[in-house]
Design a protein around this ligand. Structure first.
Ligand SMILES: *[C@@H]1O[C@H](CO)[C@@H](O)[C@H](O)[C@H]1NC(C)=O
Ligand SMILES: *[C@@H]1O[C@H](CO)[C@@H](O)[C@H](O)[C@H]1NC(C)=O
Ligand SMILES: *[C@@H]1O[C@H](CO)[C@@H](O)[C@H](O)[C@H]1NC(C)=O
Ligand SMILES: *[C@@H]1O[C@H](CO)[C@@H](O)[C@H](O)[C@H]1NC(C)=O
Length: 446
């Protein structure tokens, strides 16, 4: 743990609230599906008007809680809330042994390395050549002129990554469904994957179907799909609507991934993530057999553990590793406080142009307790889940976020405009950029 040389920054309480606020406003104010647009020469326009209109929040005139037996949605409310009592569901997962960590020595740790400037091989595609680019991630289109963030190659310390080859990746995907499941960071990785792959497929042999919450990119010749399924908390929650999830309370069903699993269970290669949504304060738990709508309340770290266990139970009981590959992507770091990498500054990722070159740098955007929860859960699933441990390598990339160079869905006030750092997005990642490398690591692990 020493090598992380973690800085102890003492946040004033206000700053902490502020960071939660930034997280919340950037994560919630998404109209994700509507942002993906197709090129004009494609027959089916993907921009559905209804994805762009926001639905007003629920006016609670009706205090009748929905029956808990029904599935959760954004209108679900708690009849009352009490403290969490420590309930756990006895599951297959809980009966698994902890495996011996590091027993099987890997020849090379792909996730330990450094960034090397390489403008001959990178970027792997041009931003404007990808018809599926999101306006949230197209930084150049939205005015970014320093483009160095597109030119970094990840160099593991003890080996080389196999070069990205779209045709070879399609061969690996032939006849298969590759599905990304998670939040907007995972969606960014999915868009990156589609952009990395689409150029070798003729326009009339590919399609994109926006079938929110599941969006599917299809390549006919390979009979293969690359899909994204919105499930930011992995378990069932009141935030499962990919467009309308601006809610005051997070309510989850800590013992159920069932609704989601029915969507993802047929995929051949699954890439899961979940992280930032657990970092926004307490979470309400509504257990499946709770009939009177009484919720329990638990902090984010406790709640993510319950959710990971429910997910792990699905993996443990349903995944045959000979037939299905499952990956978990670790925390995507944020860069909200420039003082963490440059003491005595007041900013964030805005105007950062270069990666951090201090080996082992670790900022407050990557929560160690959450990492320990993930470690613990996947330790028991070792034979069934591979880890894409992108946290440390992405920690270095303070230059990789959109900051102000993206489409913002709310109009910005004059005060905000006069202080660009105040509305900068230091959470998501520009494309081409860091998520392309996550996908190269995936390519190397398949
Ligand atoms: C690559 O970067 C070097 C050094 O910054 C620069 O001299 C060169 O013109 C760049 N090449 C391309 C193709 O952008
Ligand atoms: C990419 O992979 C395909 C199929 O495996 C192969 O035929 C081709 O030569 C590769 N391209 C490069 C540049 O390595
Ligand atoms: C295409 O792939 C699906 C699985 O994703 C499979 O069920 C189907 O048989 C395949 N079709 C052909 C023509 O290979
Ligand atoms: C990911 O890497 C970090 C070090 O960067 C390590 O502490 C953590 O245990 C790893 N997580 C998993 C799930 O392997």
């Amino acid at each position: 743990m020493q090598r992380w040389s973690r800085r102890r920054t003492h946040f004033p309480l206000l700053a902490l609230f502020f960071s939660v606020f930034i997280l919340a406003s950037i994560l919630y104010n998404e109209r994700n599906i509507g942002q993906i647009h197709e090129s004009k020469d494609q027959q089916v326009p993907i921009t559905h008007k209804n994805f762009l209109t926001s639905v007003p929040p629920k006016v609670s005139t009706n205090n009748e809680p929905k029956l808990a037996a029904a599935s959760l949605d954004r209108f679900t409310t708690c009849a009352s809330t009490q403290q969490y009592h420590g309930r756990r569901t006895e599951t297959v997962y809980h009966k698994l042994e902890f495996s011996q960590r590091g027993g099987k020595q890997q020849s090379c740790d792909l996730f330990s390395g450094k960034w090397v400037f390489d403008n001959t091989s990178y970027p792997l595609y041009d931003e404007s050549d990808c018809p599926y680019m999101s306006d949230q991630l197209a930084c150049r289109k939205h005015g970014r002129t320093d483009l160095g963030y597109q030119n970094w190659r990840w160099q593991p310390h003890n080996c080389n990554l196999k070069r990205w080859n779209a045709t070879e990746m399609w061969e690996k995907l032939r006849g298969k469904r590759l599905m990304f499941v998670g939040d907007s960071l995972n969606r960014g990785q999915w868009i990156s994957m589609v952009c990395l792959l689409q150029s070798v497929i003729p326009v009339d042999k590919r399609s994109m179907s926006p079938n929110a919450p599941l969006t599917i990119f299809r390549a006919e010749e390979y009979n293969a799909t690359v899909e994204f399924y919105w499930a930011p908390l992995l378990v069932e929650s009141n935030s499962d609507d990919p467009v309308n999830h601006r809610l005051n309370d997070r309510i989850i069903r800590p013992d159920s991934v069932l609704k989601h699993a029915s969507q993802w269970e047929k995929a051949d290669i699954l890439i899961f993530n979940t992280y930032l949504w657990w970092r926004q304060g307490p979470v309400k738990l509504l257990w499946s057999n709770e009939k009177s709508g009484i919720c329990e309340e638990l902090d984010g770290i406790g709640a993510v553990e319950l959710a990971m266990e429910a997910w792990a139970d699905w993996v443990a009981s349903k995944v045959n590793p000979l037939k299905k590959k499952v990956f978990f992507v670790t925390m995507s770091p944020t860069h909200l406080w420039s003082r963490e990498w440059e003491p005595n500054t007041e900013g964030n990722c805005y105007q950062e142009k270069n990666p951090i070159d201090m080996e082992g740098y670790w900022g407050s955007g990557s929560d160690l307790p959450t990492m320990r929860v993930v470690d613990k859960v996947v330790d028991r699933l070792r034979s069934k889940v591979s880890i894409l441990n992108i946290t440390q390598l992405s920690e270095y990339r303070k230059d990789g976020h959109p900051s102000i160079y993206r489409k913002f869905w709310e109009s910005l006030s004059p005060q905000q405009l006069s202080n660009p750092a105040s509305y900068s997005d230091c959470i998501h990642w520009c494309l081409p950029g860091v998520p392309d490398v996550w996908n190269e690591l995936l390519f190397n692990s398949l």
